[in-house]
Design a protein around this ligand. Structure first.
Ligand code: ADE
Ligand code: ZN
Length: 328
Protein backbone atom coordinates (compact mmCIF):
# COMPACT_ATOMS: atom_id res chain seq x y z
CA UNK A 1 0.00 0.00 0.00
CA UNK A 2 1.36 3.42 -0.96
CA UNK A 3 0.12 6.95 -0.31
CA UNK A 4 1.03 8.04 -3.86
CA UNK A 5 -2.50 9.03 -4.82
CA UNK A 6 -3.49 10.43 -1.42
CA UNK A 7 -3.91 14.23 -1.83
CA UNK A 8 -1.20 16.20 -0.04
CA UNK A 9 -0.34 19.72 1.05
CA UNK A 10 3.35 20.69 1.16
CA UNK A 11 4.65 23.87 2.80
CA UNK A 12 8.45 23.55 2.70
CA UNK A 13 10.03 23.08 -0.72
CA UNK A 14 13.15 24.82 -2.00
CA UNK A 15 12.41 25.60 -5.63
CA UNK A 16 15.87 25.06 -7.10
CA UNK A 17 16.41 22.19 -4.66
CA UNK A 18 13.40 20.46 -6.20
CA UNK A 19 14.93 20.58 -9.70
CA UNK A 20 15.15 17.08 -11.16
CA UNK A 21 18.86 16.34 -11.83
CA UNK A 22 18.05 15.44 -15.45
CA UNK A 23 16.50 18.89 -15.92
CA UNK A 24 19.62 20.63 -14.55
CA UNK A 25 21.85 18.41 -16.72
CA UNK A 26 19.89 19.29 -19.85
CA UNK A 27 20.16 23.03 -19.10
CA UNK A 28 23.89 22.60 -18.46
CA UNK A 29 24.27 20.87 -21.83
CA UNK A 30 22.35 23.63 -23.65
CA UNK A 31 24.58 26.26 -22.07
CA UNK A 32 27.86 24.37 -22.19
CA UNK A 33 28.31 24.44 -18.43
CA UNK A 34 30.46 21.67 -16.98
CA UNK A 35 28.63 20.22 -13.97
CA UNK A 36 30.13 16.74 -14.09
CA UNK A 37 31.48 17.09 -10.51
CA UNK A 38 28.05 17.45 -8.91
CA UNK A 39 26.50 14.18 -10.11
CA UNK A 40 27.26 10.56 -9.24
CA UNK A 41 27.50 7.73 -11.77
CA UNK A 42 23.70 7.20 -11.61
CA UNK A 43 23.01 10.86 -12.30
CA UNK A 44 21.99 11.84 -8.78
CA UNK A 45 23.30 14.92 -6.98
CA UNK A 46 26.54 14.15 -5.14
CA UNK A 47 27.82 15.84 -1.96
CA UNK A 48 29.53 15.00 1.32
CA UNK A 49 27.64 16.94 4.00
CA UNK A 50 25.30 19.88 4.51
CA UNK A 51 27.85 22.61 3.73
CA UNK A 52 28.92 20.79 0.59
CA UNK A 53 25.24 20.32 -0.29
CA UNK A 54 24.85 24.12 -0.21
CA UNK A 55 27.73 24.58 -2.67
CA UNK A 56 26.45 21.82 -4.99
CA UNK A 57 23.06 23.60 -4.80
CA UNK A 58 24.71 26.88 -5.88
CA UNK A 59 26.54 25.08 -8.72
CA UNK A 60 23.26 23.58 -10.00
CA UNK A 61 21.75 27.08 -9.89
CA UNK A 62 24.37 28.44 -12.31
CA UNK A 63 22.34 26.74 -15.08
CA UNK A 64 19.25 28.80 -14.19
CA UNK A 65 20.03 32.05 -15.96
CA UNK A 66 16.83 33.51 -17.34
CA UNK A 67 13.10 33.90 -16.62
CA UNK A 68 12.42 31.27 -19.29
CA UNK A 69 14.69 28.79 -17.42
CA UNK A 70 12.59 29.39 -14.31
CA UNK A 71 9.33 28.93 -16.25
CA UNK A 72 10.59 25.54 -17.40
CA UNK A 73 11.81 24.75 -13.88
CA UNK A 74 8.32 25.50 -12.56
CA UNK A 75 6.80 22.90 -14.88
CA UNK A 76 9.50 20.32 -14.13
CA UNK A 77 9.10 20.72 -10.35
CA UNK A 78 5.30 20.73 -10.37
CA UNK A 79 5.15 17.68 -12.60
CA UNK A 80 7.03 15.71 -9.92
CA UNK A 81 4.88 17.12 -7.11
CA UNK A 82 1.61 16.43 -8.92
CA UNK A 83 2.75 12.86 -9.70
CA UNK A 84 3.07 12.39 -5.93
CA UNK A 85 -0.43 13.57 -5.14
CA UNK A 86 0.48 17.11 -4.06
CA UNK A 87 -2.49 19.43 -4.68
CA UNK A 88 -1.07 22.55 -3.04
CA UNK A 89 2.54 23.55 -2.48
CA UNK A 90 4.36 26.58 -1.19
CA UNK A 91 7.89 26.98 -2.46
CA UNK A 92 10.85 29.06 -1.37
CA UNK A 93 11.99 31.52 -4.04
CA UNK A 94 15.18 33.54 -3.67
CA UNK A 95 15.68 36.74 -5.66
CA UNK A 96 19.43 36.00 -5.21
CA UNK A 97 19.04 33.30 -7.88
CA UNK A 98 16.63 35.41 -9.97
CA UNK A 99 18.47 38.55 -10.97
CA UNK A 100 20.69 38.95 -7.93
CA UNK A 101 18.19 40.84 -5.79
CA UNK A 102 17.40 43.53 -8.36
CA UNK A 103 13.67 44.34 -8.14
CA UNK A 104 13.14 44.91 -11.89
CA UNK A 105 14.84 41.62 -12.77
CA UNK A 106 12.97 39.82 -9.98
CA UNK A 107 9.62 40.99 -11.42
CA UNK A 108 10.54 39.39 -14.78
CA UNK A 109 11.53 36.10 -13.18
CA UNK A 110 8.40 36.15 -11.06
CA UNK A 111 6.16 36.71 -14.10
CA UNK A 112 7.75 33.68 -15.78
CA UNK A 113 7.31 31.49 -12.68
CA UNK A 114 3.67 32.59 -12.41
CA UNK A 115 3.18 31.69 -16.09
CA UNK A 116 4.53 28.20 -15.43
CA UNK A 117 2.38 27.87 -12.31
CA UNK A 118 -0.77 28.88 -14.22
CA UNK A 119 0.00 26.29 -16.90
CA UNK A 120 0.59 23.61 -14.25
CA UNK A 121 -2.67 24.51 -12.53
CA UNK A 122 -4.53 24.11 -15.84
CA UNK A 123 -2.86 20.91 -16.96
CA UNK A 124 -2.02 19.12 -13.68
CA UNK A 125 -4.47 20.61 -11.18
CA UNK A 126 -1.74 21.64 -8.72
CA UNK A 127 -1.61 25.06 -7.03
CA UNK A 128 1.70 26.81 -6.34
CA UNK A 129 2.38 29.83 -4.11
CA UNK A 130 5.76 31.44 -3.43
CA UNK A 131 7.55 32.45 -0.23
CA UNK A 132 10.48 34.77 -0.78
CA UNK A 133 13.47 33.62 1.23
CA UNK A 134 16.68 35.39 2.00
CA UNK A 135 19.77 33.20 2.28
CA UNK A 136 21.35 33.35 5.71
CA UNK A 137 24.95 32.68 4.74
CA UNK A 138 24.85 35.57 2.27
CA UNK A 139 24.37 37.93 5.20
CA UNK A 140 21.91 40.58 6.47
CA UNK A 141 22.58 43.17 3.74
CA UNK A 142 21.59 40.88 0.85
CA UNK A 143 18.65 39.74 2.98
CA UNK A 144 17.33 43.31 2.86
CA UNK A 145 17.28 43.20 -0.96
CA UNK A 146 15.18 40.02 -0.79
CA UNK A 147 12.86 41.59 1.79
CA UNK A 148 12.45 44.60 -0.51
CA UNK A 149 11.54 42.31 -3.43
CA UNK A 150 9.14 40.47 -1.11
CA UNK A 151 7.35 43.57 0.11
CA UNK A 152 7.04 44.97 -3.42
CA UNK A 153 5.61 41.78 -4.92
CA UNK A 154 3.51 40.50 -1.98
CA UNK A 155 0.09 39.54 -3.30
CA UNK A 156 -1.85 36.65 -4.72
CA UNK A 157 1.19 34.55 -5.66
CA UNK A 158 3.93 35.73 -3.28
CA UNK A 159 2.35 34.96 0.06
CA UNK A 160 5.15 35.10 2.63
CA UNK A 161 8.74 35.85 3.57
CA UNK A 162 11.36 33.62 5.17
CA UNK A 163 14.97 32.61 5.55
CA UNK A 164 16.92 29.50 4.48
CA UNK A 165 20.64 28.79 4.18
CA UNK A 166 23.39 27.87 6.62
CA UNK A 167 21.67 28.05 10.00
CA UNK A 168 24.87 28.30 12.04
CA UNK A 169 25.95 31.56 10.35
CA UNK A 170 25.13 34.58 12.50
CA UNK A 171 22.18 34.86 14.86
CA UNK A 172 18.49 35.30 14.01
CA UNK A 173 18.46 38.87 15.34
CA UNK A 174 20.96 39.88 12.62
CA UNK A 175 18.05 39.53 10.19
CA UNK A 176 15.43 41.35 12.26
CA UNK A 177 15.43 44.38 9.95
CA UNK A 178 14.36 42.26 6.97
CA UNK A 179 11.77 40.32 8.95
CA UNK A 180 10.40 43.57 10.42
CA UNK A 181 10.06 45.02 6.92
CA UNK A 182 8.09 42.01 5.75
CA UNK A 183 5.95 41.87 8.91
CA UNK A 184 5.11 45.57 8.66
CA UNK A 185 3.93 44.95 5.10
CA UNK A 186 1.56 42.32 6.53
CA UNK A 187 3.47 39.31 5.22
CA UNK A 188 3.30 35.98 7.07
CA UNK A 189 6.75 34.73 8.12
CA UNK A 190 8.67 31.48 8.34
CA UNK A 191 12.31 30.79 9.18
CA UNK A 192 14.62 27.78 9.16
CA UNK A 193 15.76 26.99 12.71
CA UNK A 194 16.44 23.89 14.74
CA UNK A 195 17.58 21.79 11.78
CA UNK A 196 21.24 22.20 12.85
CA UNK A 197 20.97 24.68 15.68
CA UNK A 198 19.79 23.66 19.14
CA UNK A 199 16.75 24.79 21.10
CA UNK A 200 18.46 28.16 21.75
CA UNK A 201 18.43 28.87 18.01
CA UNK A 202 14.72 28.05 17.82
CA UNK A 203 13.98 30.20 20.88
CA UNK A 204 16.00 33.17 19.54
CA UNK A 205 14.27 32.85 16.17
CA UNK A 206 10.85 32.99 17.84
CA UNK A 207 11.87 35.93 20.03
CA UNK A 208 13.67 38.02 17.39
CA UNK A 209 11.88 37.22 14.13
CA UNK A 210 8.40 36.18 15.37
CA UNK A 211 7.56 33.71 12.57
CA UNK A 212 4.21 31.92 12.40
CA UNK A 213 6.04 28.84 11.12
CA UNK A 214 9.47 27.36 11.61
CA UNK A 215 11.34 25.39 8.97
CA UNK A 216 12.32 22.07 10.61
CA UNK A 217 12.39 23.10 14.30
CA UNK A 218 13.02 19.47 15.25
CA UNK A 219 15.86 20.22 17.68
CA UNK A 220 13.32 21.96 19.91
CA UNK A 221 12.70 18.44 21.21
CA UNK A 222 15.81 18.80 23.40
CA UNK A 223 14.05 21.43 25.55
CA UNK A 224 10.57 20.34 26.56
CA UNK A 225 9.65 23.76 27.96
CA UNK A 226 10.33 25.18 24.50
CA UNK A 227 8.19 22.43 22.94
CA UNK A 228 5.39 23.46 25.31
CA UNK A 229 5.77 27.11 24.29
CA UNK A 230 5.68 26.20 20.58
CA UNK A 231 2.53 24.15 21.18
CA UNK A 232 0.88 26.86 23.33
CA UNK A 233 1.62 29.61 20.83
CA UNK A 234 0.42 27.49 17.90
CA UNK A 235 3.70 27.91 16.01
CA UNK A 236 3.69 25.46 13.12
CA UNK A 237 6.69 23.27 12.33
CA UNK A 238 7.48 22.49 8.69
CA UNK A 239 9.03 19.10 9.43
CA UNK A 240 11.01 17.35 6.69
CA UNK A 241 11.78 13.91 8.14
CA UNK A 242 13.34 12.35 5.02
CA UNK A 243 15.71 15.32 4.72
CA UNK A 244 16.69 15.07 8.41
CA UNK A 245 17.33 11.34 8.14
CA UNK A 246 19.28 11.68 4.88
CA UNK A 247 21.49 14.49 6.22
CA UNK A 248 21.77 12.79 9.58
CA UNK A 249 20.33 15.76 11.45
CA UNK A 250 18.17 13.57 13.70
CA UNK A 251 19.22 9.94 13.39
CA UNK A 252 17.23 7.28 11.59
CA UNK A 253 13.43 7.21 11.07
CA UNK A 254 12.48 5.50 14.35
CA UNK A 255 14.44 8.19 16.22
CA UNK A 256 12.85 11.10 14.38
CA UNK A 257 11.10 13.46 16.84
CA UNK A 258 8.03 14.20 14.67
CA UNK A 259 5.94 11.66 16.56
CA UNK A 260 6.81 13.05 19.99
CA UNK A 261 6.41 16.67 18.89
CA UNK A 262 2.95 15.82 17.59
CA UNK A 263 2.07 13.90 20.75
CA UNK A 264 3.06 16.96 22.79
CA UNK A 265 0.54 19.09 20.90
CA UNK A 266 2.83 20.81 18.41
CA UNK A 267 1.27 21.60 15.03
CA UNK A 268 3.49 19.53 12.76
CA UNK A 269 3.34 19.36 8.97
CA UNK A 270 5.33 17.19 6.54
CA UNK A 271 7.41 18.32 3.56
CA UNK A 272 10.31 17.14 1.39
CA UNK A 273 12.73 20.15 1.55
CA UNK A 274 14.89 19.37 -1.55
CA UNK A 275 13.41 16.07 -2.77
CA UNK A 276 15.89 14.86 -5.42
CA UNK A 277 18.86 15.85 -3.24
CA UNK A 278 17.54 13.71 -0.39
CA UNK A 279 16.13 10.82 -2.42
CA UNK A 280 12.60 11.56 -1.34
CA UNK A 281 9.12 12.53 -2.53
CA UNK A 282 5.93 13.39 -0.67
CA UNK A 283 4.77 9.83 -1.34
CA UNK A 284 7.89 8.45 0.32
CA UNK A 285 7.48 10.79 3.32
CA UNK A 286 3.92 9.55 3.90
CA UNK A 287 4.88 5.91 3.27
CA UNK A 288 7.82 6.07 5.68
CA UNK A 289 5.72 7.73 8.40
CA UNK A 290 3.10 4.99 7.94
CA UNK A 291 5.76 2.27 8.10
CA UNK A 292 7.74 3.76 11.00
CA UNK A 293 4.99 5.05 13.27
CA UNK A 294 1.94 3.18 12.01
CA UNK A 295 0.24 6.38 10.90
CA UNK A 296 -2.84 5.89 8.73
CA UNK A 297 -5.40 7.81 6.67
CA UNK A 298 -6.79 9.71 9.67
CA UNK A 299 -3.32 10.89 10.69
CA UNK A 300 -2.52 12.05 7.17
CA UNK A 301 -5.88 13.81 6.84
CA UNK A 302 -5.09 15.62 10.10
CA UNK A 303 -1.58 16.56 8.89
CA UNK A 304 -3.05 17.92 5.66
CA UNK A 305 -5.60 19.99 7.59
CA UNK A 306 -2.90 21.44 9.84
CA UNK A 307 -0.83 22.29 6.76
CA UNK A 308 -3.73 23.93 4.95
CA UNK A 309 -4.66 25.97 8.04
CA UNK A 310 -1.03 27.12 8.27
CA UNK A 311 -0.71 27.86 4.53
CA UNK A 312 -0.03 31.52 3.74
CA UNK A 313 -2.49 31.75 0.81
CA UNK A 314 -5.85 33.53 0.77
CA UNK A 315 -9.09 32.07 2.10
CA UNK A 316 -10.64 31.34 -1.31
CA UNK A 317 -7.61 29.21 -2.27
CA UNK A 318 -7.80 27.37 1.05
CA UNK A 319 -11.48 26.61 0.51
CA UNK A 320 -10.79 25.28 -2.99
CA UNK A 321 -7.94 23.07 -1.75
CA UNK A 322 -10.03 21.86 1.20
CA UNK A 323 -12.53 20.57 -1.37
CA UNK A 324 -9.78 18.50 -3.01
CA UNK A 325 -8.62 17.11 0.35
CA UNK A 326 -12.11 16.00 1.26
CA UNK A 327 -11.90 13.41 -1.50
CA UNK A 328 -9.23 11.52 0.50
N1 ADE B 1 18.53 25.65 1.19
C1 ADE B 1 18.16 24.63 0.45
N2 ADE B 1 17.86 23.56 1.22
C2 ADE B 1 18.07 23.93 2.51
C3 ADE B 1 17.93 23.29 3.77
N3 ADE B 1 17.53 22.03 3.88
N4 ADE B 1 18.23 23.99 4.87
C4 ADE B 1 18.64 25.26 4.75
N5 ADE B 1 18.78 25.91 3.59
C5 ADE B 1 18.50 25.25 2.48
ZN1 ZN C 1 14.58 23.79 4.01
Amino acid sequence: MSYKDFPKVELHLHFEGAAPPAFIRSLAKEKNIDLSGIFDARGNYLYRDFDHFLSVYDAACTTLQSPEDFRRLTLAVLEESAANGVVYTETFLSPDFCGGGDLGAWREYLAAIEDGAAEAERTMGITLKGIITCIRHRGPELAKLSAHCAVETYGDFIVGFGMAGAEMMGRPGDFAYSFDMAREAGMPLTCHAGEWGGPDMVADTIRDLRPARIGHGVNAIHDLSLVEKIADEGIVLEVCPGSNVFLNATGDWPKHPIKELRARGVKVTVSTDDPPFFGTTMTREFDMLAKTFGWGDDDFRALNRTALDAAFCDRATKARIAGKLEKA
